[in-house]
Design a protein around this ligand. Structure first.
Ligand code: DX5
Ligand code: ZN
Length: 217
């Protein structure tokens, strides 16, 4: 059974508590926070203060996706804000093994993220040390984009790599997940689905979450 992690990037922030509650009623498993600094990606979104708010609102694991320059500088801030998972982009971190160790030292689960054109095997030498591999299925920066088709092959490559190196990481995808794209992605072996617009732009947030949950079975 795969998990559903609604991305609050697409939520109505004037009503964040109610929006998160509605996803919980639909069976959401994690809450995904897309942190953007306008440098690593061409958009600015939220920081530790909203993770702190989400932490107060939900008991679900808070899954923090750092799309920022120099994430090492902010690991403590996000851990203190209540993150359960902290994921950093391999494209942005020079000493990735040290960063992963630091995230764990802070008591969080450690994830690495790869952009759509970053080879899956770029994580081969960190694979056994991470809890989560987040495969971007859109170019990071905005919700509501189209799922990049070759992502299915990349998911399959990640599953094969995990087996080959006897690693234990969960495979998460982020971007363009909806009730169509989830089918092939689930078959390819995804463990956690991030979905923003498919959930928060729906007429009924609870039903949209429940539908994805059902398709993730
Ligand atoms: C991209 C963001 C989005 C978001 C999900 O930087 O990370 O992928 O989480 O957006 P949707 O589900 O609307 O594509
Ligand atoms: Zn994300």
């Amino acid at each position: 059974m795969a998990l559903i992690a609604p991305s609050i990037l697409s939520a109505d922030f004037s009503n964040l508590s109610q929006q998160i509650r509605l996803t919980e009623m639909g069976g959401a498993d994690w809450i995904h926070c897309d942190i953007m600094d306008g440098h690593f990606v061409p958009n600015i979104t939220i920081g530790p203060i909203i993770v702190k708010a989400a932490r107060k609102i939900t008991k679900l694991p808070v899954d923090v996706h750092l799309m920022i320059e120099n994430p090492d500088k902010y690991l403590e801030a996000f851990a203190d804000a209540g993150a359960d998972f902290i994921s950093v982009h391999v494209e942005e971190v020079v000493h990735l093994n040290r960063t992963i160790n630091r995230i764990k030292e802070l008591g969080c689960k450690a994830g690495v993220v790869i952009n759509p054109a970053t080879p899956v095997d770029s994580i081969v030498d960190i694979a056994e040390y991470i809890d989560l591999l987040l495969i971007m299925t859109v170019n990071p920066g905005f919700g509501g984009q189209k799922f990049i088709p070759n992502s299915i092959r990349r998911i399959e490559e990640a599953v094969a790599l995990r087996t080959k190196y006897e690693a234990k990481f969960l495979i998460e995808i982020d971007g363009g997940v909806n009730n169509e794209t989830i089918i092939a992605a689930k078959k390819a072996g995804v463990d956690v689905f991030v979905a923003g617009s498919a959930i928060f732009n729906a007429d009924n947030i609870t039903a949209a979450t429940a539908e994805l949950k059902n398709l993730a079975k």
